[in-house]
Design a protein around this ligand. Sequence first.
Ligand SMILES: Nc1ncnc2c1ncn2[C@@H]1O[C@H](COP(=O)(O)OP(=O)(O)OP(=O)(O)O)[C@@H](O)[C@H]1O
Ligand SMILES: [Mg+2]
Length: 427
Amino acid sequence: MESVQSIKQRFELIGNDVKLNRAIEKAIQVAPTDISVLVTGESGVGKESIPKIIHSLSHRKHAKYIAVNCGAIPEGTIDSELFGHEKGAFTGATQTRSGYFEVADGGTIFLDEVGELPLTTQVRLLRVLENGEFLKVGSSQVQKTDVRIVAATNINMFEAIKKEKFREDLYYRLSTVEIHIPPLRERREDIHLLFRKFASDFGQKYKMPTIRLEDDAVHLLLKYHWPGNIRQLRNIAEQISVLEENRTISAATLNSYLPDAAGSNLPAVVGQPKKESDFSNEREILYKVLFDMKSDLNDLKKLTLELLKDNDTSKVQKENENLIRKIYGSHEEEEDIDLEENVATEVLGLPEPVMEATSAAPAMQPQEDRYHFAEEIQEEETLSLQEKEIELIKKSLERNRGKRKAAAAELGISERTLYRKIKQYDL
Ligand SMILES: Nc1ncnc2c1ncn2[C@@H]1O[C@H](COP(=O)(O)OP(=O)(O)OP(=O)(O)O)[C@@H](O)[C@H]1O
Ligand SMILES: [Mg+2]
């Protein structure tokens, strides 16, 4: 059975909250069965990844996965969308059409916003869930299908049942297993982690240096009640990444992006403060650092190739302005970089020959000088990564009371590699 950790990596899910882990674990457990699953949770918490996990770990993974947003399909056409229709069933039905339940035979259908289904469709759905039978709209011929249903909702289903908007029998049929995704304010430890991930993604996307929060801003981030959950956090990280010139974000700046910031005084579930040395968080950040480095390296490769292909450096510089800014940052930021970051300062200071070189400049000799900084950076970064690695290994060994097998599994490396590293670092 795949581990929660590897599923998170595969589906790019960030977070280490116990309740989130439990939800993913449940998805892994029910995946091989045909049990109907109802995913619940507020808007924007990340419900949509659960049905994908379930489908990809089930025996249905090679068959179709269809996601249907029940709230977005007009009431008049939803039956036809789901179950198909016969030619002439209604005005405009010029041809027989297969519905999702026919197309996805052998696969999985994700019914998103299932609480929005009209009552008549609920009756049809109940039938197909109970015995796999359905009728095309306008047909009296019963058809069979074998579809696994995963549904999701962000409304209170008990209230919908009470108001007679949702059938109780269907609710129980859909929710054989319920997977609840907690709201972000109950996953305090994950908030900053998610923000850093999004900041880094958007930095890359918009080819700008990654934004960073000052301590006060982190505090505000954790205190805010996040009514729109992860979707809102992502939007805010994107807005700030695009709009703020100064890449170090103060609490006041962050506050200006938080709607109803006063709401942050609402009682939020305050968990334990994040432990500085939380192992899984560090590992995730470390992965991110590695991915960022890889992306920088690719950018540098691209730039180098351009320079080699085209000796006109000022032209290359002009054409790759954004790329250069992304890799080296801008000169205004140079002043903001503190000692800890002197690697970056070096990068900022050194590529000047690239900027200054003229099209007539001979290629080889100056280029060697030009790029010697790359080696220095590599050394520094390798060193800090190595330190991180040693720290991670030590902690894992401590946590697993020196048991190498368990530590290796936790670190996601083979026992042999772990043994080699213990020798190499003299641990
Ligand atoms: N753990 C996570 N790590 C990273 N990104 C996440 C995580 N969970 C959710 N997201 C992102 O947050 C956004 C909202 O998630 P999703 O669309 O699944 O919300 P939802 O629960 O279906 O909300 P709604 O009820 O409004 O449809 C998506 O962009 C998704 O990629
Ligand atoms: Mg959704």
